[in-house]
Ligand binder design. Structure first.
Ligand SMILES: C[S@@+](CC[C@H](N)C(=O)[O-])C[C@H]1O[C@@H](n2cnc3c(N)ncnc32)[C@H](O)[C@@H]1O
Length: 195
């Protein structure tokens, strides 16, 4: 097993955006290179497109079509896919959210799931993008640990995350964090990737 922060082509972004913030004993990063545990993605089923990822994570999640920073998912047409997974880069989450809603309005049969820090819910940007449509908010009852591209293996991040499914009415579902963990063979979080 090896950890994802070995993607050397991301070094430039780590240097530019890799500001580490700390809160108590927990460190988190404002860098864009942090990754979702596979069990969280598996909980929502099989996806056919991820517009913001790395080759390694797409392979781990079994997502055959994907874009990376090099190919720029924001420039692609998302309407042709059935089910899209997005954990957007921290600094560009509003752009990915905006495109997700635009795509949904063009193709209401599409299923788009987007993960972001819960704090983003209370921003003017979030309100403006979603107000005339809706969404289903999946609120985990516990913290999702991420792996940081700066080499920090996340345990208990200082911020909570939610997953939003784009749809035309507002709904909320609370998820026991154990339900994510139970998706894997192992009851522990898996945040490493296959070779
Ligand atoms: C927060 S990570 C999430 C990766 C993966 N989807 C996951 O759930 O673990 C966001 C990824 O998007 C990449 N990225 C940043 N800007 C992008 C862009 N414009 N188009 C595609 N990918 C981008 C980053 O390099 C990073 O690997």
């Amino acid at each position: 097993m090896r950890f994802i922060n070995q993607n050397l082509h991301h070094t430039r972004h780590e240097l530019q955006g890799g500001q580490i913030m700390s809160k108590g004993q927990v460190e988190f990063t404002k860098d864009n290179e942090y990754y979702t545990p596979k069990q969280v993605v598996d909980f929502f089923g099989q996806f056919d497109y991820d517009p913001a990822t790395t080759k390694e994570k797409a392979k781990e999640f079994g997502i055959t079509t994907y874009d990376t920073i090099e190919t720029d998912g924001l420039k692609q047409d998302w309407t042709k896919y059935k089910k899209i997974w997005i954990n957007p880069p921290f600094t560009e989450k509003h752009k990915f959210l905006e495109k997700a809603y635009k795509t949904y309005l063009e193709n209401p049969y599409i299923n788009i799931y987007i993960l972001f820090p819960i704090e983003f819910l209370t921003t003017k940007r979030f309100y403006e993008i979603t107000k005339n449509v809706g969404g289903k908010l999946y609120i985990p009852g516990g913290r999702i640990p991420f792996e940081s591209g700066l080499g920090k293996k996340g345990k208990s991040p200082a911020f909570g995350s939610i997953i939003l499914k784009v749809q035309n009415k507002w709904e909320v579902e609370i998820i026991d964090i154990e339900n994510f963990k139970n998706k894997g063979n192992d009851k522990k979080w898996m945040i490493n990737i296959p070779k």
